[in-house]
Design a protein around this ligand. Structure first.
Ligand code: MG
Length: 437
């Protein structure tokens, strides 16, 4: 991911953020930049630091306020800006914050663009004089523009969704989408029950929308007899589902079901990352198409999508990318695909997922004290597992029963272990063996 992140007050300071934003302003030819943030307590302080940096080099600033990250990416393009900055630490806890940096195409910076930005950051770039300082424009229409674009999707059955009047519980973790997502669901005619939909930035659960963090949503779906429950992370790009039976089914289902719907309407191929569930291959086969694999990371998936001209893409962590809207993970796009599928199938959600192969996936992370220790452990893994493995992104080993993917993080002293198969015990054993090698 492009940009910078850190723990607020511990190295991640307004001074640093102002300098970084200034460098990005120079990178963006000192033109118009769109800014938005999530609801974190540090958000207002850091937004002001970002704006100060941008103004200091002569940029004009459009401030969207508290909005989902995909809304910021979309508005960069819609407003014909030269770039954007999303102030959010995504699924990380409250003490973190970060800047996600967006180019003029409304996409996260590529590696090359990042390098160029770093060069400017390390140079002595020039500030403008007082009379060349531009304005800040507060713009409350960012969400509306985003939603309008989604409503122009021709392959979504909006009338049928509205007719169904689905009862939906939405859990926004009091994050960036606290307003946008309930509002969007109401526009789809849903009977919306809100959970953690305030702009307090007080994350009442861990912001990562994985099953163990969605207990409150599970209970509320059950209690209210809702048709479905949706959960997102603190910046609204990842989407996770709770079934009508009140069960968090895991994020892998989001892209799987999204593809199931989209492939039934649009001819073309898909792209996911190496760690994503094999359910997507099952779905693609139904429609006589294929799903390509890219390295983990949104930028890699997007790059591959463009290469193969994919009609849909995403990641198993709940990210759905629809090029017809934009090349970024977008939870509203995910929701509308799932609701259109639900409406057309005319079955309960728990019935729909029974048509998919029953696979078990386990994701584990092993933490190390430092990068050296991690790399030593990884070397051992490599010795044991790399034979006959696919090595384009970490080590991916295929077995008759499923697959095992071992990957070290680019920045942190951690290794990720992901295993999927049709037998739960086999999966548990594979993961355990690898972690305790
Ligand atoms: Mg996120």
């Amino acid at each position: 991911m492009s940009g910078i992140r850190g723990i607020v007050g511990k190295g991640f300071t307004p001074e640093y953020v102002t300098t970084y934003a200034g460098a990005f302003g120079v990178f963006s030819k000192r033109k118009k930049i769109v800014v938005g943030r999530d609801s974190r307590r540090s958000g207002e302080m850091l937004k002001n630091a970002v704006i100060a940096g941008l103004l200091s080099v002569g940029c004009e600033v459009v401030d969207l306020g508290i909005v989902p990250t995909p809304t910021i990416l979309m508005n960069v393009k819609e407003l014909k800006a030269q770039g954007g900055i999303a102030i959010t630490a995504s699924h990380n806890p409250s003490e973190w914050n970060a800047l996600k940096i967006i180019n003029k195409d409304g996409e996260f910076l590529s590696e090359e663009e990042n390098k160029k930005l770093e060069e400017i950051l390390n140079s002595d770039f020039e500030r403008v004089r007082w009379s060349d300082i531009k304005d800040v424009q507060n713009d409350d229409n960012g969400i509306e523009r985003h939603i309008e674009k989604i409503f122009r999707l021709k392959k979504i059955n909006f009338e049928l969704i509205k007719k169904k009047r689905f009862k939906v519980v939405i859990d926004c973790v009091n994050g960036a989408s606290y307003f946008a997502y309930p509002y969007f669901l109401r526009k789809l005619g849903c009977d919306v029950i809100e959970l953690f939909c305030e702009d307090t930035g007080d994350f009442r659960r861990n912001p990562e929308p994985v099953p163990e963090n969605l207990k409150a949503l599970e209970s509320l779906v059950k209690e209210t007899g809702a048709d479905i429950g949706f959960a997102t992370d603190a910046d609204g790009d990842r989407l996770s589902i709770v079934s009508d039976e009140g069960k968090a089914i895991g994020e892998e289902y989001t892209i799987t079901l999204g593809m199931d719907y989209w492939f039934s309407k649009v001819k073309g191929e898909g792209v996911v990352n190496t760690s994503t569930t094999s359910m997507v291959d099952f779905v693609a086969k139904k429609y006589g198409t294929i799903v390509h694999r890219a390295k983990v990371g949104e930028a890699n998936v997007v790059k591959k999508m463009k290469e193969v001209n994919a009609v849909i893409g995403g990641e198993g962590n709940g990210g759905v990318i629809l090029p017809e809207i934009h090349y970024t993970r977008d939870a509203m796009v995910g929701m509308v695909l799932i609701l259109s599928l639900l409406a057309e199938k005319g079955k309960k959600f728990s019935e729909i997922i029974k048509d998919l192969p029953k696979l078990y996936m386990i994701k584990k992370t092993k933490h190390f004290d430092n990068l050296k220790e991690r790399d030593e452990f990884y070397k051992k893994l490599f010795e044991v597992y790399s034979k006959d493995a696919e090595l384009t992104d970490g080590i991916k080993v295929f077995y008759d029963e499923g697959w095992l993917h071992l990957r070290k993080s680019g920045t942190e002293p951690i290794i990720r272990f992901i295993c999927e198969g049709n037998d739960e015990e086999w999966v548990l054993k594979k993961i355990k063996d690898a972690m305790e090698i």
